[in-house]
Design a protein around this ligand. Structure first.
Ligand code: APR
Length: 307
């Protein structure tokens, strides 16, 4: 039997993610939304693409939590996206309510599942998901670091004039304006960008990465990015479903790692069928540590605000 992934929220991110999963054929998909007709219509459309994609995945659209029963993964994309001028943090209260509702509705029906929070502000929504589900921290994680690193990789690839495939990048910390792109760990075919570009150019690439989400919001004017967020979430889903044990930056609940206890933040983790199988601790220099601390303080402030 195929694994089952329930995508909660059939909007731009959720539907794009469902498309990637169904196209890949690695799992069956349940697409859930509060809006009547939307998940059913998008699921039917995806099902009708399967013959062309030669995919045997099944896809069901629903407004009923019962259809998510027995999921291996629950991806939470339900909630409100940003509008121009808004930060991810401005979505805090409205999205916390949505995320609590959908996690309460789904987690009991899939007690062995892994939850991936995508809704923003994501680090806080991962914490809400863990609190509401009561799941162990290894089984609740957030998507942010892969997306932020992919943005950094794109900008570095353009700067170097090479394919983004040949660029590795790392972004740590909260998925917000104080995220921490790590030039020392960002390489073009193994060579750190600190050896390739001037400090000024690196700073420009870091700033563009930090504001990568806002740049798209300001262009779209009605909503936020979804192709790259869906692609990043798909990489997490795939690593879990196929037990790939990819080493990826994800929001993980830290228990002393990186000097942080009791909060979610973006760090490199090994992702496999049991969820976060290992948190990898990198040796940071003083400046990197300071930037990571600042980013974690911003996450903590939001968590406290919610209390
Ligand atoms: N239960 C289920 N679905 C809900 C609920 C709810 N309580 N509230 C809202 N939704 C659904 C909406 O009906 C909509 O279809 O969530 C979907 C959100 O889709 P979009 O508005 O298209 O937003 P999207 O771009 O997909 O972003 C969703 O992901 O990246 C983050 O910041 C982004 O928080 C945002 C989330």
């Amino acid at each position: 039997m195929k694994k089952k992934v329930s995508v909660i929220g059939a909007g731009n991110v959720g539907a794009s993610l469902a498309q990637l999963i169904v196209h890949s054929g690695i799992a069956d998909v349940v697409l859930f939304d509060i809006a009547e007709g939307i998940p059913q219509g998008k699921a039917l459309d995806l099902a009708e693409a399967c013959p062309v994609w030669q995919s045997s995945s099944s896809v069901l659209g629903t407004n009923d939590f019962a259809d998510t029963t027995g999921s291996d993964i629950i991806v939470v994309t339900a909630g409100f996206p940003r509008k121009p001028g808004m930060s991810r943090d401005d979505l805090l209260f409205a999205n916390a309510k949505v995320v609590s509702d959908v996690v309460a509705g789904t987690s009991k029906l899939s007690p062995d599942s892994i939850i991936i929070a995508v809704t923003n502000p994501m680090d806080v929504m991962a914490q809400v998901s863990m609190d509401v589900s009561g799941f162990r921290p290894e089984r609740v994680m957030g998507m942010g670091g892969i997306l932020d690193s992919a943005r950094f990789r794109t900008f570095v690839a353009w700067e170097a004039g090479v394919s983004p495939e040949d660029v590795e990048a790392l972004v740590l910390g909260g998925h917000g304006d104080l995220m921490v792109p790590m030039p020392r760990f960002t390489t073009v075919k193994g060579v750190s960008i600190t050896e390739l570009f001037s400090a000024e150019r690196i700073d420009a690439l870091v700033q563009r990465t930090r504001h990568g989400g806002a740049e798209i919001v300001s262009l779209l004017k009605s909503g936020s990015a979804y192709y790259a967020p869906a692609a990043a979430t798909f990489q997490m889903v795939k690593s879990v479903i196929l037990d790939e044990k990819r080493l990826l930056p994800c929001a993980a609940y830290l228990n002393g790692e990186y000097g942080v206890t009791g909060y979610y933040t973006g760090v490199p983790v090994v992702l496999g069928e049991s969820g976060i199988e290992r948190i990898v601790e990198l040796k940071l220099n003083a400046e990197e540590e300071k930037d990571l601390d600042k980013s974690v303080v911003a996450v903590k402030m939001l968590v406290e605000k919610l209390k």
